[in-house]
Design a protein. Structure first.
Length: 418
């Protein structure tokens, strides 16, 4: 015999249908009471609107990547460049936009040299662009020289220890090893300094086993073309390599291509420009933003004046307001400070953020939108050509690529090729 619990309930109701309509009014009254306690005066059911014939929107934020724009940006930079090789920087998963589809796109428009962060990224690249040269920016790291050799990847050596390790390996292998060598002309971080290069110039045996494909340096004031430090770095580069084995030179990054032919040399390393990101105080013509960040709305509610929203009631409403919840937050790479000055767009209308930014959710103030908005399935756009990443980055006090890389790392991507 079943004596109690949920099984007893099931036994008592077996063979007859429950009158759900009798329970429904009580449930509705409870919901309304809870709404009043929370300071809410009503909730719009987006699900009901979807039933009117519009499709269910995605339930997650999406970074839409325009691959055609990336290809067009490469060709625009190639048109401007007067050196020999225009290489593409696809480090950090192509600045967060996805290494594999970006490399495939760039190879299709003629790119034959790529820069990745490390060997792991370069190995991902090789099957997609097998005829291209793959360089790594972080030196040998914790990988062995033979791993670069076996993978057909050229390390850009970052220290004297890297140089010595490669020289020893070349002697043992009895053949030359392809490398690039980084030179620290004033940025710091990576590369050989003046004293180390002078020592190498006096020890030609150290470099005999190395097939030096490139001397590489980077401008510290790349974003300020007229900075006198740039000219000093260029002078140091030419003076320091004058006593070393002849090899192609790479100085220009994206902004350097816009600085004139004296800065171009033999290879340029184009990164930010590929993704349509402006990184110079001087405007870089001809670049198309490749990104659009959007998020679906999952709830719209009406609140009275005086209601508080967000953790610790960070926002207090000064008027009756209609508030939407968008599925996007700092776990998707959206900085919490974006809530202070950022906006979102619904159709042709711009709306402010309220209530701070949580891990996965952000609230938008829709009070000033026309009646009938938002439409079913409508997504809020937070970044695109109309609200470019540079403007948002300036408001947040960070570099544009900080936003692009962290949003790309935390957000699902969708690709457009036309």
């Amino acid at each position: 015999m079943v004596r109690g619990g949920r099984h007893a309930t099931a036994a008592r109701t077996a063979g007859r249908r429950l009158d759900w309509s009798a329970l429904a009014p009580r449930r509705r009254r409870r919901s309304r009471a809870l709404l009043r306690e929370a300071g809410m005066t009503g909730v719009v059911s987006l699900a009901k609107r979807r039933q009117a014939g519009t499709s269910l929107p995605d339930n997650a934020p999406v970074l839409r990547v325009d691959l055609a724009a990336i290809g067009a940006n490469y060709l625009e930079m190639r048109r401007r460049y007067r050196g020999q090789v225009l290489s593409a920087v696809v480090k950090s998963d192509a600045y967060g936009t996805g290494l594999e589809p970006v490399v495939r796109t760039l190879a299709a428009v003629g790119c034959r040299a790529f820069w990745t962060s490390d060997l792991e990224e370069a190995v991902r690249l090789r099957p997609i662009a097998p005829e291209a040269t793959a360089y790594t920016l972080m030196g040998l790291g914790n990988d062995h020289v033979r791993d670069f050799e076996a993978s057909g990847v050229v390390p850009a050596l970052a220290s004297m220890e890297d140089v010595e390790q490669c020289a020893r390996h070349a002697v043992r292998a009895g053949k030359k090893l392809a490398v690039a060598i980084q030179i620290d002309t004033g940025l710091g971080r990576l590369g050989l300094g003046e004293d180390e290069l002078a020592w190498l110039a006096g020890r030609p045996d150290m470099l005999e086993g190395l097939d030096i494909r490139l001397w590489v340096t980077q401008l510290a004031a790349y974003n300020f073309p007229g900075d006198p430090g740039n000219a000093e770095q260029r002078r140091r580069l030419l003076a320091w390599i004058a006593r070393l084995p002849r090899a192609p030179v790479s100085l220009a990054a994206s902004s350097g291509v816009y600085m004139g032919e004296d800065w171009h040399f033999d290879m340029a390393r184009v990164g930010s420009a590929l993704y349509g990101v402006q990184t110079s105080a001087a405007w870089q013509d001809g670049l198309k933003p490749c990104y659009e960040l959007s998020a679906p709305l999952i709830r719209v509610a009406d609140y009275p004046a005086g209601a508080r929203l967000g953790y610790r009631g960070v926002t207090q409403l000064t008027r009756p307001s209609r508030i939407a919840t968008a599925v996007i937050g700092y776990a998707n790479g959206l900085p919490q400070r974006f809530a202070e000055s950022g906006t979102a767009r619904l159709g042709d209308f711009t709306v402010p953020l309220v209530g701070g930014i949580a891990m996965n959710l952000t609230m938008l103030d829709l009070t000033d939108l026309p009646a009938g908005m938002p439409l079913a399935g409508q997504r809020a756009v937070l970044l695109d050509a109309a609200q470019p990443i540079e403007t948002v980055a300036e408001q947040l006090g960070c570099a544009p690529n900080v936003l692009l890389t962290q949003i790309g790392a935390g957000t699902r991507k969708a690709y457009v090729e036309e």
